[in-house]
Design a protein around this ligand. Structure first.
Ligand code: AMP
Ligand code: MG
Length: 363
């Protein structure tokens, strides 16, 4: 566990001096920053406000609690117990129940692309254990029938008691939504601790809470998928206030074998890494504590990556027509060198001139 306390000596000195002589320091500019390695991800959470330190440490505790319940590699997590239950019903906590329940909705919305029951196939590719391999077609043919999402049955017995079961042989993987869910819970925590502004980077899941201390928008880089290992190699920058921005892309986790690249986002229709015409999908939505958009952005980013450009844009247009709630916008980076930005982000997205992409704004 590593915590980096970033209140500098200078700032501490300034505070103590101004306490005696100078004008009062604006508590909203007091900052705490911590790094948390959890959920297979290096996370950085920076909080501002008079309770920034308590909030940052509570954020870490929250993330670790969620990981302990939701990870399928933690032996005693709710999800591991469910996966090991061989079809029996097990008791689970609220968070696991909530995510299993939401996952069914995201599966239906994305036409089956987002599917937590893909777990056995993800494992066959070695992404759960980092022992990567290309599974045989015979193995995939055996595993694909186990990925029917209708076999996942969460149930609410009463307000305090929740259970879940799978069909024998099935397992679930919440890797495509757990960080988005954690981001939603961080937003709740920031309200509880009266945090006016914060920046939480949970890998590809970003929560830009409020605005920056100078009142301007947070700057959230959209990584250039063609240069995954370069820091500050962006397709563009999103200028965001109070928003979730969640990116999925094959470049985030992959291995190479026989001169081919295989990434971690599996198309449930084939059992193979999605053969997408997109190299990344970023989903942006308002950080509204009532709407819980973080988990939605996370599910959609994974699902829309699999669906590809045309279907993703159709999905966005349909959603916009049907409902004002849970509104979201997209930045799609395409394999053929374009950055496609939906209308609502036209003002917020600054393309990186040097990246070589052609910008398209779509409505
Ligand atoms: P993300 O980075 O949010 O796009 O999630 C990718 C992770 O979700 C993978 O590492 C898997 O754990 C899991 N995953 C892979 N394929 C799918 C899928 N089709 N539906 C849901 N989750 C998936
Ligand atoms: Mg996701």
């Amino acid at each position: 566990m590593r915590r980096f306390i970033s209140i500098t000596l200078g700032l501490a000195l300034l505070l103590s001096l101004t306490a005696c002589f100078g004008p009062p320091v604006d508590p909203d500019t007091v900052q705490e920053s911590i790094q948390v390695i959890a959920m297979d991800t290096a996370m950085v959470i920076s909080t501002y406000g008079s309770r920034s330190t308590a909030a940052a440490y509570a954020s870490e505790d929250l993330i670790r609690e969620l990981e302990a319940q939701l990870s399928r590699t933690e032996e005693n997590s709710d999800i591991s117990r469910l996966n090991a239950a061989g079809g029996e019903t097990v008791e689970v906590g609220w968070d696991a129940y909530c995510l299993l329940d939401k996952a069914a909705l995201f599966n239906a919305e994305t036409g089956g692309a987002f599917n937590i029951a893909i777990a056995p196939v993800v494992s066959a590719w070695g992404f759960t254990t980092d022992s990567f391999q290309v599974p045989s077609q015979a193995e995939l043919d055996l595993l694909l029938p186990l990925t029917d999402p209708r076999g996942v049955s969460p149930a609410r017995l009463d307000d305090m008691k929740f259970t879940a079961s799978l069909e024998p042989g099935q397992s679930v993987d919440l890797g495509g939504i757990a960080k988005g869910y954690a981001a939603d819970k961080l937003a709740d925590l920031f309200v509880e601790y009266e945090i006016p502004r914060a920046m939480a980077q949970l890998g590809g899941n970003v929560l830009a809470w409020g605005d920056r201390p100078d009142g301007t928008a947070w700057r959230v880089g959209v990584q250039d998928p063609a240069r995954p290992d370069e820091q500050n190699a962006f397709a563009g920058i999103l200028n965001l206030k109070n928003a979730f921005a969640v990116t999925s892309g094959g470049y985030q986790r992959y291995f190479e074998e026989g001169g081919k690249t295989y990434h971690h986002i599996i198309d449930p229709a084939t059992g193979y890494p999605a053969d997408s015409d997109l190299t990344s999908v970023t989903v942006v939505a308002e950080a509204d504590v009532l709407q819980k958009n973080g988990v939605m952005c996370d599910a959609y980013s994974t699902g829309l990556f699999i669906m590809g450009e045309e279907e993703a844009l159709r999905f966005w247009r349909n959603h916009r027509q049907q409902s004002q709630e849970n509104a979201f916008e997209l930045v799609l980076v395409t394999e053929d060198g374009r950055v496609v930005v939906t209308q609502g982000l036209a003002e917020s997205f600054t393309p990186d001139e040097g990246s070589g992409y052609t910008l398209e704004i779509v409505s």
